[in-house]
Design a protein around this ligand. Structure first.
Ligand SMILES: [Zn+2]
Length: 366
């Protein structure tokens, strides 16, 4: 039996769910009322970016992430583990890694930011998040095996320390079960089935509320690493939710849901929206949501053939943009670079994603 919802301090989260990236405490161009209107059920915010701006003491002064952003539904916070990969591993000038944790030097020197497994949990807890993620050491699937092995060893050691710090804080705050945020750990191991298994087994032995698929989920050609995603999901018992970190292409989300993944987050749908790439279902009731993705298409807002388009972006969409405005008007807003364009476009793509999750959920529970 796969899991169909999570009980969180800020409400029940139906699964599967797509969580838009509100990296710096905001989904660019839209506010919390827009997100609710689009049916968004939860957001992901990023610990590494938020600790820099607006900074932890400011977030606290503003009442935590929920009060600050006016968002009343669940929030998951990312640990900063992906930044270990994207900043430090890609360019050693931006910091260094040790078994203790990560030291970021985002300006290439001078200013230093320490992020340890314990500090990451303290920050996420102080922000009032509903789901916390353990700091992990993320690699690229193509990194050598020795590197993957070190990453798994470190990820497991860090997860153990994160869990201990989490347990200490729950005890200190005397949080009842219903107010307790959940703690997820991330399964690394790159392209090695053996390392993925070892990482999953060790993390399961420590015990977490949920797990994440760590590491870049695409190969060099941009194809989803389906075999490794499938294997990793199978390593975790079905009663635990598994989050496919960074997966957000609609066809990939459909493929991963079929593999048993319950949660997704990605900047892709909102970035695509801002860049003029809008998503549309081809049919009112799309049938088989296969991984080929033939059930949806792109509508490019900049395309001059939409100048006089009097119909909405999609005749099958009930979003605030499609209910009120024609595609030709969105094209015009895009061309004159008006701030209303990214707002309407983001609302539309997020409504597409929430409808997709609903359809995938119905298909899975049928
Ligand atoms: Zn729409």
């Amino acid at each position: 039996m796969s899991i169909t919802s999570l009980s969180l301090p800020h409400g029940e989260l139906a699964l599967p769910a797509f969580l838009p990236d509100a990296t710096r405490g905001v989904v660019r161009a839209v506010d919390s009322a827009d997100l609710e209107g689009a049916g968004v059920t939860a957001l992901v915010m990023n610990t590494y970016h938020l600790m820099q701006r607006p900074g932890s003491t400011t977030i606290k002064a503003l009442g935590g992430l929920h009060r600050m952003s006016g968002w009343t539904r669940p929030i998951m916070t990312d640990s900063g583990g992906f930044q270990v990969y994207s900043l430090i591993r890609q360019n050693p000038k931006y910091g260094r890694l040790s078994d203790k944790g990560a030291v970021f030097t985002p300006d290439g020197g001078g200013r230093k930011i320490n992020l340890t497994p314990e500090k990451s949990i303290q920050l996420q807890m102080s922000y009032g998040a509903d789901i916390l993620i353990c700091l992990d050491d993320c690699t690229h699937a193509d990194d050598p095996l020795e590197e993957q092995r070190r990453s798994v060893r470190r990820t497991v050691a860090w997860a153990r320390r994160a869990k201990a710090e989490y347990a200490r804080l729950i005890e200190q705050k005397k949080l009842a079960e219903a107010q307790r945020p959940l703690l997820f750990a991330v399964i690394q191991g790159g392209g090695s089935a053996e390392l993925r298994r070892e990482c999953a087994d060790e993390l399961l032995a420590i015990g977490f509320d949920g797990y994440g698929y760590g590491g870049w989920p695409l190969d060099a050609e941009g194809n989803l690493l389906t075999d490794m995603l499938a294997l990793t999901r199978e390593l975790v018992p079905p009663q635990f939710p598994v989050h496919a970190l960074g997966v957000g292409h609609p066809a990939s989300v459909a493929a991963c849901t079929r593999l048993g993944y319950a949660m997704f987050d990605s900047a892709m749908p909102t970035r695509d929206a801002r860049n003029g790439r809008l998503y549309a279902f081809k049919d009112e009731q799309p049938g088989a949501l296969d991984e080929g993705g033939s059930w949806f298409s792109y509508v490019y807002a900049s395309d001059n053939r939409h100048i006089k388009a009097a119909e909405p972006v999609s005749p099958h969409c009930d979003c605030a943009a499609c209910r009120r405005y024609a595609l030709g008007y969105l094209h015009h807003l895009y061309k004159i670079n008006d701030a209303l364009y990214p707002r309407l476009a983001t609302i539309h793509n997020l409504r597409f994603m929430t409808r997709l999750m609903h359809l995938l959920g119905n298909a899975g529970h049928a």
